[in-house]
Design a protein around this ligand. Structure first.
Ligand code: FES
Length: 108
């Protein structure tokens, strides 16, 4: 479980990047929180710096859009999905439950 910060510090329409071995981006979409791998699956761009449109984020480098619920790109140039992660809020604090590559492969 990765500590993100206070819910009050991530208002709707905002995102934050959590640095780690694999950086994770957390988005607040109208009060719903989503977490995906921060690095675009196309090249080295930070999706937390992209543009939110509903439940999708547009990569700031070449404009591929990723669904925050599934991690799937909607079209080129990105072809591979990014991982999605569960998010929880406890006592006003945001936590990300990082999905491992193994759990992604196992469909867990
Ligand atoms: S780096 Fe994201 S679409 Fe190219």
């Amino acid at each position: 479980m990765i500590f993100v910060g206070e819910l009050a510090g991530l208002p709707p329409g905002e995102s934050v990047r959590i640095d780690g071995a694999v950086p994770i981006a957390v988005f607040n979409v109208d009060g719903e929180l989503y977490a995906i791998d921060d690095t675009c699956s196309h090249q080295d761009a930070s999706l937390s710096e992209g543009w939110l449109e509903g439940c999708a984020v547009e990569c700031p480098l070449h404009a591929a859009c990723f669904d925050l619920r599934t991690g799937q790109p909607s079209g080129p140039p990105a072809k591979k999905p990014v991982r999605t992660h569960a998010v929880s809020v406890e006592a006003g604090m945001i936590y990300v439950h990082e999905q491992t590559r193994e759990s992604v492969a196992a469909g867990v």
